[in-house]
Write a protein that binds this ligand. Structure first.
Ligand SMILES: O=C(O)CCC(=O)C(=O)O
Ligand SMILES: [Fe+2]
Length: 363
């Protein structure tokens, strides 16, 4: 990574506080910590995670090496417009809203299944700089991140009153899934531009659990019960402390867990905008690992398996939304495909990309 000192998150910009969950205590089955995780996952669906032992630095290096390849090379590995997420996404390939405004980021999505199958291809092939890190960097990162996400998913399984392994079986390592690592580069804000840019449009995450490492601000959440977008604080000392607050990653719940749980777990709407203050002058890098259900798993509330979930669906204003009739693969392909600008016919295309987002009026 270029060795520059990044400015801190400005102290005068309002932020939305998140609970800090200690992964080591979660693993030790600490009741108070599990209660804290549950509160975070059901109220805002986002939290900081510390003591997770996942070092993102080499993955950021992989991202830089991949993005430094010539565009002519990178586009050979583009996601395409058919609904596949794995691969390279060029700047401006996605809409950020229903007017068709373009996104400003490029990213590389590497399927867990490809990382584990390498040098065989499970889903698709990748640029040479990505391949060069597949075994040394990407597979170990995905293995560790999967472990963390699955520990959290198991905790939710128990708290939801589901039979042991009900959620684990929907995330089986034996089945292909949409699980993937994503490294995103956002260029600095162009000089002289005053307005805030939307780098990634408002969305809820498509899968089960997202595990995010950030170096600059820019991530915002739509605070439940308000129409207000607020930054999540990211405060790092570059290059030694790549986490939002030193050592802290950000975790959030995605649509699949919101659906399985009948809305008990919250898949909160979020977006990425220009980093605040002086941070806007710098390139922004972020790294996420998304755990998603197996391709064939139907996304629906597990009402037969848990009285708690059955009760939540019964009380919901719109119980039908918990029967999507869609497999994880279909849900994911629909959302990915309808964000692609080439598929846009009008505002309806953006609407067709939507998931379980709360407060859709604010999208
Ligand atoms: O870059 C970030 O901070 C968040 C990215 C994100 O929300 C996503 O890729 O789904
Ligand atoms: Fe996201």
């Amino acid at each position: 990574m270029p060795s520059v000192t990044l400015p801190p998150f400005p102290s005068d910009v309002p932020t939305h506080p998140l609970l800090v969950v200690d992964y080591a205590l979660i693993k030790a089955n600490d009741r108070t910590e599990i209660d804290k995780l549950w509160k975070a996952a059901t109220e805002i669906g986002f939290w900081y995670l510390k003591n997770h032992q996942v070092d993102p630095n080499e993955m950021f290096d992989m991202g830089v090496e991949t993005m430094n390849m010539p565009t002519s090379e990178k586009v050979k590995f583009e996601q395409g417009d058919g609904g596949m997420s794995h691969g390279y996404k060029a700047i401006g390939a996605n809409a950020v809203d229903d007017t068709g405004a373009l996104d400003t980021v490029e990213y590389i999505n590497i399927a867990k299944d490809d990382a584990f199958a390498y040098p065989k291809v499970a889903r698709r092939s990748y640029p040479a700089a990505t391949n060069a890190r597949m075994e040394s960097t990407i597979a170990p990162f995905i293995r560790k991140s999967t472990e963390v996400n699955m520990v959290l998913i198991e905790i939710f399984n128990d708290r939801l009153g589901l039979p042991k392994g009900a959620l684990a079986q929907r995330h089986s390592p034996e089945e292909l899934s949409g699980s993937e690592a994503r490294c995103t580069k956002t260029p600095p804000k162009p000089q002289g531009m005053s307005e805030e840019l939307r780098a990634i449009g408002a969305h809820s995450d498509f899968g089960s659990m997202s595990f995010l490492h950030n170096r600059l601000g820019g991530l915002q959440v739509l605070v439940p019960g308000t129409e207000k977008w607020q930054y999540i604080k990211v405060n790092c000392i570059y290059p030694f402390e790549p986490q939002p607050i030193p050592g802290h990653a950000i975790c959030n719940v995605g649509d699949a867990m919101a659906l399985f749980s009948g809305g008990i777990l919250r898949s909160n709407i979020h977006r990425v905008v220009t980093p605040p203050g002086d941070q806007a002058k710098h390139e922004r890098w972020s790294l996420v690992f998304f755990t998603r259900p197996g391709d064939s798993i139907i996304l629906r509330a597990l009402v037969e398996d848990s009285p708690l979930i059955a009760e939540a669906v019964k009380k919901s204003e719109d119980p039908a939304k918990y029967e999507t009739g869609s497999t994880s693969f279909e849900w994911f392909a629909r959302r990915t495909k309808n964000q692609r600008i080439k598929n846009r016919t009008g505002p309806e295309t953006w609407q067709a990309s939507r998931g379980t987002e709360h407060q859709p009026a604010a999208s």
